[in-house]
Write a protein that binds this ligand. Sequence first.
Ligand code: B12
Ligand code: SF4
Ligand code: SF4
Length: 352
Amino acid sequence: MNVQPEAIREKALELGYEKCAVLPLANLDGFGSEVDRRLDKIPDDNRKAIDKAVLDRFKAFDRLAELYPWARAAVICVMGYGVYRIPDNLKNRVARYFCVDSRKDERSGEFKASQAFEDYLTSLGLKIQTERQYGLLPLRWAAYKAGLGVGRRNNFFYTGRGSWIHLESWLIDRDLELTETSDLKPCPEECQKCQKACPTGALAEPYLTRPGSCLTLINALRPVNWIDHPYSQAAGDWIYGCELCQTCCPYNQGKWQEEKDFPGLEELSRHLDLGQIIGADYSFIRENLVPKFWYLTADRDWQWKVNALNAMKNRWKPEYGPYLERALNDERPEVRQMAEWAGRLLKRRSGL
Ligand code: B12
Ligand code: SF4
Ligand code: SF4
């Protein structure tokens, strides 16, 4: 079948995507050296090993020709998600990207659009491949090369809707091309707001995020015991993800418009005050939180309580006292140990 890239883009826009491009895979060359350049700039400190492990894993994005020898181009789509109401008790605690994460949530309109788009690509007779969780290719690099917007110094990819956009791609087996040219302004020369906003120094310099120091990796993707952790205090109120390097950015101001409800979010939020998390049954966490906030897997169900205790400790209020007491008798040792440590720290702080 003769396939026109314009028809692919038209279908994507019809399904609600903000933008869509088709990029020959050869145009992605150079990502591996971008990663190496970043690794060279990272000093040899005690967090470099984690940075290297994460970046090495994603260097597989540079081996597309070897892993998918049949693939010729990538369809890259941009979906804006800055349209949902975020319940007050989740704001500045759970990153919005995760509140409205559509990557696995079959109830969400975005997931349905993604599935419908995939069906359309298949109906054109194309061989396709995608991976909805972490992607098969460097999505920001691809979107940048396709001219869909700009990469900013906080490392985020922006369109006219700011950085509140999710990127998706499908490898296809045809030599097609349809790109754009972005007319968005670059970051102002003197701006350093994102670097200054990062509480852990993970945004080490413009365009260089150290994954091992980024709160999203620390509080969600990997097990963390906050006891004596160098970023326990810096984690502030965050219990899942972080978005400070995005919210501070002038190009994101006014770009999030709370217009719609994300399926199930408001209802779930009624169980997610810090105290409720500490008192939650583990069956509740496994059945309701693990499927939605899936970086935090069932074998780490205790992490929710440990993160909530850390947030309480960072902004202590007397009404948290009973929850701390309760955590001291929690069935999971990780939670008991964290509660003991937080209690000792708080006592020391108050001079008792
Ligand atoms: C690994 C990963 C992470 C890791 C490491 C992040 C990192 N910065 O390297 C961790 C777990 C920390 C993470 C966290 C988050 N992530 Co993440 N993550 C990824 C993943 C799977 C791979 C990224 C990667 O390869 N990193 C290696 C670096 C070197 O590459 P890069 O980030 O793509 O950066 C390149 C471009 O920015 C490019 N570039 C583009 N334009 C320009 C312009 C100039 C001038 C220059 C010099 C460079 C440049 O240069 C870089 C090198 O090529 C992608 C999905 C994917 N398949 O791409 C999502 C992705 C990057 N993550 C995303 C999101 C939303 C997040 C979180 C915000 C979630 C949250 N709220 O907590 C956090 C934010 C943390 C942060 N500051 O980045 C979105 C970003 C969307 C956007 N608008 O940019 C992506 C694209 C997922 C998606 N499907 O949409 N993430
Ligand atoms: S998400 Fe938070 S911790 Fe990670 S780079 Fe941005 S501001 Fe820093
Ligand atoms: S805060 Fe400033 S430097 Fe950082 S991404 Fe936004 S405009 Fe660019």
